[in-house]
Ligand binder design. Structure first.
Ligand code: CUA
Length: 336
């Protein structure tokens, strides 16, 4: 009976340990992890992390070993000379060498993380609380404008010009590279060289106000040919609505004055305050990564955006008749 009790009391913490450990490990992989690199810059950062972790574990073991040896095994105290040597080596020489090696590795890698991009240039502006993304290439005069999604070609280094409108933000796509601040009134830059095509999560990494936590973005890395085709499609104006419901939605869009804040190229809406909606339906998420891109989510968003993203500048359209709201969502979802 006693044995069983003793076992019961040790298995609970053990389970907690294993559970906690497994939970921590799940954070090491997946689309938004620094330890699951999909780009050149993130690979270097991951290598640096593993070396630092390995070194820290070795040091921890060595310190505990030394502590154990001195307190449990050593019978006599160190001689003053031996103690001095231990202090000079362990307290001065060893840390100096370790820190110098780590610093020189990090410094040698830093310029590469800031290399100039080749070909594609993107301008990313931190808005409240979403990302304005403009693509500039050598062969397009006017930039292709999108939001909350950064598409990049795999295998080449893209240049990102960073700006902020109103508040400070920080752009971080952990699987692709380190973070850089977006500062009002100042131009900053970074470059990214994605290697593996796929979808990766990103997040604003600098507290910027009430919806900071809801300022996510999606990075979609495509093979170069696919990227070129996508960019060409994005440069085209919006396709006019095809169904009766979508046409009714477009009429609601115009009647309600949505074009004062949003642009839809080809349909006469030229607002620049909110995100460009020309190809809204082709994006993966809605409201900066907060909702999936679907008709139902669009309806929820239009009805009460403030309930989904506190502090948002988008006004609510809950006063519209249900059929008008549904038509508006259908029209917007159709903008592929
Ligand atoms: Cu934008 Cu935090």
């Amino acid at each position: 009976m006693q044995d069983e009790d003793a076992q019961g009391s040790t298995t609970a913490p053990r389970r907690l340990c294993w559970g906690g450990g497994a939970l921590l490990l799940t954070a090491c992989s997946g689309p938004q992890s620094v330890l699951d690199p999909a780009g050149r810059d993130a690979e270097v950062l991951a290598v640096l992390f593993w070396w630092m972790l390995g070194g820290a574990v070795l040091l921890w073991l060595a310190m505990n070993g030394l502590f154990f040896y001195v307190t449990r095994m050593k019978e006599r105290a160190f001689s003053p000379q031996a103690a001095d040597r231990l202090i000079v080596f362990g307290g001065v020489v060893f840390p100096t060498v370790v820190l110098a090696v780590l610093l020189s590795f990090a410094l040698s890698e830093m310029p590469r993380q800031r290399d100039l991009g080749e070909g594609l240039t993107l301008r990313v502006t931190g808005e409240s609380w979403w990302w304005r993304v403009e693509y500039r290439t050598e062969d397009t005069e006017t930039p292709v404008i999108s939001a909350n999604e950064i598409r990049l070609p795999a295998g080449s280094r893209s240049e990102l010009e960073l700006a902020a409108n109103g508040y400070i933000h920080s752009l971080w796509i952990p699987a692709l590279g380190g973070k850089t601040d977006l500062i009002p009134g100042r131009e900053t830059r970074m470059s990214l060289e994605p290697v593996t095509p796929g979808e990766y999560g990103g997040q604003c990494a600098e507290f910027c106000g009430e919806s900071h936590a809801k300022m996510a973005l999606r990075a979609v890395v495509l093979p170069p040919e696919e990227f070129a085709a996508w960019l060409e499609q994005q440069a085209a104006p919006a396709t006019p609505p095809e169904t009766e419901t979508a046409r009714r939605g477009q009429a609601v869009f115009l009647r309600e004055g949505c074009g004062a804040c949003h642009a839809i190229r080809g349909l006469g809406a030229r607002g620049t305050i909110g995100p460009d909606l020309t190809h809204l339906g082709g994006r993966r998420t809605l409201a900066a990564g907060v909702l999936p891109m679907s008709r139902a989510a669009l309806e929820d968003w239009l009805r009460a955006p403030e309930a989904i993203k506190p502090g948002v500048r988008m006004p609510a359209y809950g006063h519209l008749a249900a059929a008008d709201l549904a038509a508006l969502a259908t029209f917007l979802e159709g903008l592929k």
